[in-house]
Design a protein around this ligand. Structure first.
Ligand SMILES: Nc1ncnc2c1ncn2[C@@H]1O[C@H](COP(=O)(O)OP(=O)(O)OP(=O)(O)O)[C@@H](O)[C@H]1O
Ligand SMILES: [Mg+2]
Length: 286
């Protein structure tokens, strides 16, 4: 089970679009995926047609409710969700000053049965207690970045927060990858941003880029992920590529170290150098 948090404190960077469509594309590949909506805006929850989540997730933080009891089906094949609602805003206030509050979620998620191959957490555009809880609970983070000049400025702060969480709360936390989103292939500017990202963060940047695609902006209103709403669109294509790339970072029981080496020769991956993901390190160790 890989626990991946989609995180970027910058609003509108593509976190929810990525969380929902990556989940659906992984589901399409036959994986079992749990989406955890940790944003009080409840965008992923609304997208997938759930409007009666109530205070459920808030009670996970303040009343010891078991998150497993909150799991719901979604229209996306292979994807279940723990939905959010505006009630979640209450977490910040309820837990302010409470010692160890950031690790409540970690304890619950890590005790989950191996029912899912992936847990994908959609975070809010803040670095408050909900996002820090996600960073403490996750094994890896995926950082969607809007291919726009202002988008790069917040990355240093985010990576600093990740480093602090890694040091104090979650030593195994790794960066799965930085994902360029909303890349407008027609403008030189967008290409330059992607180049800048690659120059600065090198192999941490996914090879897949998500192109600007109106169909991606439309599909939430239709309650479907892009692979169902318009399976032939550029958006569906890009998120399928991302799912394949993300999945290649995992070690499947069938993959031997020889396979991994061959794969890394053919297509060097960020994880196959010294940034090996947790599960890969474990596999290598075992
Ligand atoms: N590749 C894309 N092409 C076109 N529109 C996109 C694309 N990716 C995201 N969008 C649109 O951009 C807006 C912001 O995207 P999204 O909601 O995924 O960002 P977010 O990081 O989750 O935002 P927030 O920080 O508010 O949670 C949405 O209206 C979404 O439909
Ligand atoms: Mg969002």
């Amino acid at each position: 089970m890989r626990i991946l948090a989609c995180v970027n404190q910058k609003g509108g960077s593509g976190k929810t679009t990525t969380a929902v469509n990556l989940a659906a594309a992984l589901g399409e590949l036959g994986h079992r995926v749990l989406l955890l909506d940790l944003d009080p805006q409840a965008s992923a929850t609304n997208w997938l047609g759930i409007s009666d989540a109530g205070r459920g997730l808030l009670d996970v933080f303040v009343n010891e409710v078991e998150p497993l009891t909150l799991v719901r089906q979604t229209p996306a094949i292979g994807v279940e969700i723990i939905p959010s609602s505006a009630w979640l805003v209450g977490v910040e206030k309820a837990l302010a000053g409470e010692v160890g509050a950031e690790t409540i979620l970690r304890g619950k998620l890590r005790a989950f049965p191996q029912r899912w191959d992936y847990i994908i957490i959609d975070c809010a555009p803040t670095l408050g207690i909900l996002t820090v809880s996600a960073l403490a609970a996750a094994q890896e983070i995926l950082v969607p970045v809007e291919a726009h000049v202002m988008a790069l400025s917040g990355l240093a702060q985010l990576l600093q927060t990740v480093a602090i969480v890694k040091e104090r709360l979650n030593p195994e936390l790794e960066i799965a990858g930085i994902l360029a989103c909303r890349v407008d292939a027609r403008t030189r500017h967008a290409q330059e941003i992607v180049e800048q990202l690659r120059n600065r963060f090198d192999s941490l940047v996914y090879r897949t880029v998500i192109r600007e695609n109106i169909r991606l902006a439309e599909c939430p209103s239709f309650g479907q992920p892009i692979n169902q709403y318009d399976p032939r669109s550029a958006g569906a294509h890009d998120y399928r590529d991302l799912a394949t790339e993300v999945n290649a970072q995992s070690t499947t029981p069938a993959a031997t170290s020889q396979d991994t080496r061959q794969k890394s020769k053919a297509a060097p991956m960020k994880k196959q150098n010294n940034k090996a993901p947790v599960n890969k390190q474990r596999a290598a160790a075992g």
